[in-house]
Design a protein around this ligand. Structure first.
Ligand SMILES: [Zn+2]
Length: 213
């Protein structure tokens, strides 16, 4: 779902302005995998809620979808069992990268990680930023380097009863470098074309960049 209301507070947005440390020897990622389930975003999981086995994962809300908090900036990933059946399931880094932010923002956003990934496209280095919100557990810290498929946390509900557990996943384009961690474009007057210009649709981006030579 969201990073909703906090982004509407300019003081919070300002205080959360991220600083890209820009390590010069950043290792490029050799591809991207899905953040839940198996590397293909499929596979079964045993729910911690009811101990049942569920098959598969699904996106319940996509990039640019209009919902109660405005325009959605990523994808909400849920276990196929729905509800809180996916609570506590692992969340993996989509690619090798550098953790720019890892902190508990409080309910309903919960714990959030923001990771910078760089990869080659032809001869040029491209940058994207992946954001993972509502995490129940968070296993990385700012400044950590993570590998593709490294477990960085677990699926949560943001620490409250605001909604049921899911992973809010964003893949921000390189032109989002200067924007705050909790930026919520539709609360800042931005429209759908702006969102499309600044965010990748996560599943489609990952599918198109599985292995990079
Ligand atoms: Zn979401």
């Amino acid at each position: 779902m969201l990073y909703a209301c906090p982004a509407s507070d300019p003081s919070i947005s300002h205080s959360q302005q991220k600083q890209d440390p820009g390590t010069p020897d950043q290792v490029l990622t050799d591809g991207f995998d899905f953040p839940v389930g198996d590397p293909d975003g499929k596979g079964s999981y045993i729910s911690q809620l009811d101990q049942k086995k569920y098959q598969g994962w699904k996106v319940s809300l996509g990039l640019g979808d209009q919902f109660r908090f405005g325009l959605h900036t990523g994808e909400d990933w849920n276990g196929s069992g729905g509800g809180n059946t996916d609570l506590g399931q692992p969340v993996y880094a989509i690619g090798k990268g550098l953790v720019l932010e890892a902190e508990d923002m409080g309910a309903p956003i919960g714990q959030v990680a923001l990771i910078r990934h760089q990869y080659l496209q032809g001869d040029s280095v491209q940058t994207v930023f992946s954001a993972y919100a509502h995490l129940k557990d968070l296993f990385v810290q700012k400044g950590d380097t993570v590998d593709r498929r490294q477990s960085i946390g677990s699926i949560g509900n943001g620490g409250g009863d605001f909604f049921q557990a899911h992973l809010h996943l964003e893949i921000r384009k390189g032109n989002m470098k200067a924007y705050p961690l909790l930026y919520w474009p539709s609360l800042d007057g931005k429209d759908l074309p702006w969102i499309v210009e600044h965010y990748h649709p996560p599943g489609a981006f990952i599918s198109a960049h599985r292995r990079i030579d």
